[in-house]
Each structure stands twice: as structure tokens, then as C-alpha cells.
Design a protein around this ligand. Structure first.
Ligand code: 5FU
Length: 252
């Protein structure tokens, strides 16, 4: 018999980290488990997407280093305002993958100064437990398994990665295409309603699939939203699909 999944309410009750709490509170308030991935390359496109999708999402995921006209004042300050206005968090998908000291520099320095604005960041755990110590003021989503064809995140890798993720106090969740224990939040990218892949290794599943089989908490959608003719409408579609799939996964 299929086991039940935990509801956002019950996860909120036992959440330890302030960022996990915020994410779950926003999810319940907006009835959304959608994270829009803003893989666009100009400040204008980034801000437009944040304005259009803002009311429907719990977080906006950035790859801030692909913004060609990045400028802290012109890119980050208005982005932070939109996050406040529409009540979503900022998730920088930097996927740190180095020794602690270098990650600390990449996190705090350079032009992006991620530490100053991101609510949470992604990090590989390949550098070991202590490499995550530097992300003290944010939440970390550990990359446990990737969505791409031929990824090296095998069963045994994922098992070891999860041990680090579950034991590190800065970690709030995991990115994976497999189930994880219920005391960690699961973030699942590789979600698209129209395509099964992108011809560059990405593999897609539907919201229905990931909630039912993985008991995911949050879906991450990039091209399904920002490439759509009407990004706001697409965000609303994914929001509703995701929320209905979540409710159904509670019943099983
Ligand atoms: F960790 C991962 C992963 O395993 N797969 C991903 O696709 C992260 N991603 C990110 O989610 C990726 O870097 C993109 O930013 C986003 C997916 O975008 P898509 O356009 O929906 O394929």
C-alpha cells in the first residue's frame, strides 16, 4: 500500500529553519508549490518575468551569472522590491561545487554578492559536509540527484549526498528526481506539461507524476513558463496543476 505523504501544514509544524518555514507558509497562503526558473539573460526580461509570475509563485529561481547587463542597483534592487511586493523568495541556483573557502568567496564576493539578496541557494555536496558551513545566513538546497540524462548521481552517490544534506543545519532541502525522507523538503526541476525533453539532455515529467511518485514539495519550471507566449497564464496553469497534484498525493 502506498504511504501517505506529509501535508505542508504538518511539515510547517516541525520545520526547524526559518527559510523552510517561510516557504511552507507562502505555499499555504498562495496555494502554490511553484518555483519559476528565470533562465533569461537580461535584467528587463528577469524583472518582467518576476512581475508577471510573482503572484503565483513561492520563489523565483535565478541563474544570476547569465544576466548579460547585470548591475547590482538595476538588477537586484528592483528584483528584491518585486519579491516583497508579490511575496516570493529568491533562490539562486549557483550549484556551488568547491572547497568551503572558495564557496564562501563565490557566495559573498564578486559582482553578484549572492549573500546579500538570496533567501536560499543550491549547492552540490561533492565538497563534503564542511563545504556547506559558509551558507550560514541562507537556506541550502543540496543537489542530491540531477534531472539530466546520464547524470552521475547514481543510487550510491545520492545515498551519501543525502547523509550530508540531512545532517547539515544549513540545509533545508534537496533537488532530486527520487523520493527523499520527509524531514527534508524536495525540490524537483525537469517539469514540463508539453515536452519530454529538450534535445540537450534535459528530461521532463509532469506535475502529476512528480507529486504522485516522488512526493515532491516544490516543482521548478523554466521553459514551460518563460518561453510561453503568455508567461503569466502559463504560471497560473502550472500553479493549479501543481496544487491539484499535491492535493491528490495527500489522498493516496
Ligand atoms: F539541479 C537541477 C537539475 O537537476 N535539473 C535542472 O533542470 C537544476 N535544474 C535547473 O532547473 C536548470 O539549471 C534550469 O534552470 C531549470 C530547468 O529549466 P527548464 O527550462 O524547465 O528545463
Amino acid at each position: 500500500k502506498e504511504e501517505h505523504r506529509l501535508s505542508y501544514e504538518s511539515k510547517l509544524k516541525c520545520a526547524q529553519h526559518s527559510v523552510s518555514k517561510k516557504l511552507l507558509e507562502i505555499a499555504l497562503a498562495k496555494k502554490s508549490n511553484l518555483i519559476a526558473s528565470a533562465d533569461v539573460t537580461t535584467t528587463q526580461e528577469l524583472l518582467d518575468l518576476a512581475e508577471k509570475t510573482g503572484p503565483h509563485i513561492i520563489a523565483l529561481k535565478t541563474h544570476i551569472d547569465i544576466i548579460s547587463d547585470f548591475d547590482y542597483e538595476k538588477t537586484i534592487l528592483p528584483l528584491k522590491e518585486l519579491a516583497l511586493k508579490h511575496q516570493f523568495l529568491l533562490m539562486e541556483d549557483r550549484k556551488f561545487a568547491d572547497i568551503g573557502n572558495t564557496q564562501e568567496l563565490q557566495f559573498t564576493s564578486g559582482v553578484f554578492k549572492i549573500t546579500d539578496w538570496a533567501d536560499f541557494v543550491t549547492s552540490q555536496v561533492i565538497g563534503g559536509f564542511e563545504s556547506l558551513d559558509c551558507f550560514r545566513n541562507v537556506g541550502v538546497v543540496a543537489i542530491v540527484g540531477m534531472s539530466s540524462k546520464g547524470t552521475l548521481t547514481t543510487n550510491s552517490y545520492r545515498e551519501e549526498a543525502l547523509k550530508i544534506a540531512l545532517s547539515h543545519p544549513n540545509v533545508i532541502g534537496a533537488v532530486s528526481q527520487h523520493k527523499v525522507p520527509e524531514d527534508i523538503l524536495l525540490f524537483t526541476p525537469g517539469v514540463n506539461l508539453a515536452d519530454s525533453g529538450d534535445g540537450k539532455g534535459q528530461q521532463y515529467n509532469t506535475p502529476q507524476h512528480v507529486f504522485k511518485t516522488l512526493h515532491t514539495d516544490f516543482i521548478i519550471v523554466g521553459r514551460g513558463i518563460y518561453k510561453a507566449e503568455d508567461a503569466e497564464k502559463a504560471a497560473l496553469t502550472y500553479k493549479n496543476e501543481g496544487w491539484n497534484a499535491y492535493l491528490q498525493s495527500l489522498e493516496k
